[in-house]
Design a protein around this ligand. Structure first.
Ligand SMILES: [Cu+2]
Length: 136
């Protein structure tokens, strides 16, 4: 009986922890070499299936042209890799952003172009969910 109650308490707290994580959408990535043609994020937590979108950016922190994207599942994904479609040189800044799968014509097809609504960025309290890195 005592053991059963302990197990129940453990599973309850595990559920609560998952719920907290689920609400906390985020992108974790570090400065990295992209010489292998890949931009990596160590961990991404998204509320829905969607996309990791990699924009060019600079000190102004405005998202620029898209240079890579990769599909994301709802929940936490470790080690997300996006293939670069353009060359990125050492010292250039990149912005890794969570985009949704909403508003386009097709599910599973990346339809975003800069400024478009299709598969556009998610926002929490009006803020983009993103992080910036510098290519090394
Ligand atoms: Cu974006």
């Amino acid at each position: 009986m005592k053991l059963l109650m302990t197990a129940a308490a453990l599973s309850l707290s595990a559920t609560a922890a998952f719920a907290d994580d689920h609400m906390m959408q985020k992108v974790e990535a570090a400065d990295q070499s992209v010489a292998n043609g890949i931009v990596s994020a160590e961990s991404i937590t998204a509320a829905q299936n969607g996309w990791l979108v990699v924009h060019r950016t600079d000190e102004t922190m405005k998202p620029g042209p898209v240079v890579a994207h990769a599909p994301l599942r709802a929940g936490e994904t470790k080690d997300v890799a996006a293939i670069l479609t353009e060359e990125v040189m050492p010292g250039e800044m990149l912005m890794l952003m969570i985009h949704s799968e909403d508003g386009g014509m097709e599910t599973g097809v990346f339809e975003y172009t800069l400024g478009a609504k299709e598969d556009g960025p998610i926002k929490i309290d009006g803020k983009l969910v993103m992080t910036t890195i510098t290519a090394m």
